[in-house]
Structure formats: C-alpha cells, structure tokens
Design a protein around this ligand. Structure first.
Ligand code: ADP
Ligand code: ASP
Ligand code: MG
Length: 412
C-alpha cells in the first residue's frame, strides 16, 4: 500500500470539532487507498501554556524536565485523533515518540532525530491498522529520556516519517493555505506561492517564517520528500497549497522570493573586551556551552587594544547569556567593562535565489527602510539573504515596506 503522511498543526486540532474535521480528511485518504501516518501537534496554545508553567517554576530550567512537560500536549491530541478515527470505524492507533521509538540525540529541547525504525508500525499496518497517529515534536534519547525537537518540531516529525516510510507525499495542514511571500497576518498584500524552492524555504524558515520548522525543510531537501503546505480549513484539491520543491521545477521567480521576520530577538554588547587572538572563542565558547543560540556577531572598532563585541540571540536566552558571561569573567577567561542588553529588537530579512545573480538588492533594501525612517542596528548577508536588526516597534512597518519595495505582490 502507498503511504501518505498528513500533519495537523495546533489550530487544526484546537478542539474536538477541529479534530473531527481533520479526521474526515484522513478518512478521505484512507478511502483513496493509502496507509496513513498522521502527525499531530498539541492543541493550539497548549505548548505555550506548558512552557509558561516551566518558566514560572524554574527560569533556568533543567531541559530534561522541560521536555517531560512540554511534550505532553501532543499525547492528548494523538489519543483523541485515534479515538475519533475509531469512532468512524477506521482502524487507528496512537503512538507516542518512545513507542515508535523515534530515536533522537540527547540535546534536550532541540533534539535531532537520529533514527525512525519502521518495523513496529509496518507490522501493525500488516495486521490491518489503517492509520498510525503519531504524537509530533517528541522522541527518546539514548539515555531513555523524552526529548523534544524544538518549537514547531511536529513539522520535522512529519517529514522524517515521510522519509523513513518512503511516503508518496508529506502534507502539512495548517491555518494558512500555503507559503506566502511573507506572513499574511502582517502584510495583507502577501501573495500565496504555488511553488517554492527548498533553499528559499530553508532560509525563510530559519529567519523566522514559522510556517515550517527549518529542520523539516532540511530533511525534505536531503531525502527528496514531496512536501506540501495547505489549509485544513479549505476543501483540498490536487493543486491546493504550496509545493516545496527543487529549484529546477520552478519556471519563473522573483529576485526576492519573500520577507521573513523574527520578533523576539535581543542584542547584547560586551563593552571593552581585550582585542586579542582567541577573544571570540573565549566569548562564544561559553555562550554555546550555555545553550545560547548566537546569531549575528559584530566586532566594533578597536581602541587601545580594547573593543566592543555585539551579538544577537533569542530574547528568552539573555539571562542564560548574561550568566555565562559573568561566569567567564569570574573565572578570568574574559574581562569586560559592562554587558548592555537591548531586548526590544527584531530581525527582518529578504530571501531569494535570484540574489546570486542580481546586484543591488541590499541597496534597495536599505533605501526602503531609510524611506520609512527605520534605523538599522546590525546587518548580515549570505548568498541568498540579507538580514537587519531593527527596533521591534518598526518590525511590521519594515516587513510591509520591503514587500512593497520588491513588489512581491506581483508574480514574476
Ligand atoms: P501550525 O500550528 O499549523 O504548525 P504555525 O503557527 O506553526 O502553524 O505556522 C503557520 C503560521 O505561520 C501562519 O499562521 C502564519 O502566520 C505564519 N507565517 C509566517 N510566515 C509565513 C509565510 N511566509 N507564509 C505563510 N505563513 C507564514
Ligand atoms: N506543539 C509544539 C509547538 O507548539 C510543536 C508543534 O506544534 O510543531 O512548538
Ligand atoms: Mg508550526
């Protein structure tokens, strides 16, 4: 039997009616002759609530306990979806990560999938099970403890299952009807894309477009999974949604494919550190050990052998970062005058494969921001993207201004 993976995100399983609606979609694919692997998220808002409880109990929490707690939302929806399907006389069974078992490494709260054995689920398909409902976002470490895959990780569970089971397609059902040129909730002129290249989707995701988790796109690219994003609220058709595919499958595309943003960033500056060989390692080593995801880095002008070092990281990691820096100072690894945190910044980025062969995108981007009076604090670029750090209060304005400046509402 051909296999299909169908993933339903938080809003698509937000209550019993929505679960029933999603189950009907699954029933259609069962009737089409597929063995279906359904990946479910927690009900919308549930994971945030669980994370909130963890933060309130222990701001510098033990990540193993964080995982034990925040993984639980998916267990509920997996069981409910299986029950709903059984009520429709479809043989279905729920699977928690450890039962598969979905093996990950031990990096709690952002674990990577190492292996998905197919034997147990395939044996159940062989015995007549038609739907395996798998709790997304969770796995089990070599030490036998529950892990989670990072926020939005159910997308990655879905693509990894599609790869492991050789599924015909991996359909990601969500609350928008595809991938847009930017978040349609921020820019009303955002345009839905019929197709987007893996590389562009990868950049957009990693720069904040949360419609797909970055790692899910990486896996789809590596294992050539046919990945489709579509709405769970609309009647699907073969051409519904957005197909994430190879660059070669797309005939025409704009120089800039899309605009992404990441709202909750912070900028931290170490004032007056010694400008000597090894200083970057002495700063960023401890930050990495403390689990801080450093993104942009700028070393400022040096004066009399001392310099300022600026970096950005997610705003909820500033406490960890400050603690790591204070400890490094106490142990004598580094010496700095002060640590200044700006926790009201956001990152806005433009992405497009066309930038490889087109000059002038950066200049156009900076002009558009200047025209709106938006000050740029930090800039980083790569072959197919340009990112800027700006005051968070201008984020929406910047996204809209860039969408307009690159005329993304118009197809190529
Ligand atoms: P789910 O709970 O189904 O996983 P998410 O909230 O994680 O859904 O992702 C869907 C959301 O991603 C949309 O509601 C939208 O606001 C946001 N989003 C951000 N950028 C984009 C984009 N370029 N295209 C579509 N959606 C986007
Ligand atoms: N429930 C998890 C989250 O909110 C995983 C997911 O929905 O993909 O991040
Ligand atoms: Mg998501």
């Amino acid at each position: 039997m051909p296999t299909l993976v169908m993933k339903f995100g938080g809003t698509s399983v937000a209550n019993l009616d929505r679960i029933a609606r999603a189950a009907k979609r699954v029933a259609v694919e069962v009737a089409n002759g597929y063995d279906v692997i359904v990946i479910v998220s927690a009900m919308s808002g549930k994971t945030n609530e669980l994370v909130g409880w963890v933060d309130e109990t222990a701001p510098l929490y033990d990540a193993r306990e964080y995982d034990a707690i925040v993984s639980s939302g998916e267990n509920v929806t997996a069981g409910l979806m299986a029950l709903r399907l059984q009520e429709m006389e479809i043989p279905a069974r729920s699977w928690q990560g450890w039962q598969v078992p979905l093996m990950t490494n031990s990096t709690h709260s952002s674990a990577r999938i190492e292996e998905i054995p197919t034997e147990k689920i395939n044996a159940k398909f062989g015995e007549g099970m038609k739907v395996a409902v798998v709790a997304g976002f969770q796995g089990i470490s070599p030490e036998g403890r529950i892990t989670t895959l990072g926020r939005g990780g159910s997308d990655t569970t879905a693509v990894a299952f599609a790869a492991a089971f050789g599924a015909e397609r991996c359909d990601i059902y969500t609350d928008v009807d595809g991938v847009y040129t930017t978040d349609p909730r921020i820019a009303s002129k955002a345009r839905k894309l019929d197709k987007i290249a893996f590389e562009e989707m990868l950049e957009l995701a990693s720069l904040g477009a949360k419609v797909l988790q970055t790692r899910s796109v990486e896996l789809a690219m590596r294992y050539n999974v046919r990945l489709r994003v579509l709405s769970s609220f609309e009647e699907p058709s073969d051409s519904a949604g957005t197909l994430v595919c190879d660059e070669e499958e797309i005939m025409e595309s704009n120089v800039v494919a899309g605009v992404a943003y990441s709202r909750d960033e912070a900028k931290m500056t170490l004032i007056s550190v010694a400008d000597r060989p090894g200083i970057a390692a002495a700063i960023f080593g401890p930050l990495s050990d403390a689990g801080v995801n450093v993104d942009m880095i700028v070393q400022n002008i040096s004066e009399e052998g001392r310099t300022d070092m600026t970096f950005s990281c997610p705003v909820d990691q500033t406490m960890r970062a400050a603690k790591a820096m204070e400890e490094a100072k106490t142990s004598g690894e580094i010496n700095f005058h002060d640590l200044v945190t700006d926790d009201a910044v956001a990152k806005v980025s433009v992405v497009g494969i066309g930038m490889r062969s087109h000059a002038g995108v950066a200049a156009q981007m900076f002009k558009a921001l200047h025209d709106e009076g938006i000050n740029i604090k930090v800039i980083t670029t790569s072959e197919i993207k340009i990112s800027v750090l700006i005051d968070r209060k201008y984020m929406e304005l910047a996204v809209q201004a860039l969408h307009d400046a690159f005329e993304l509402e118009k197809a190529a």
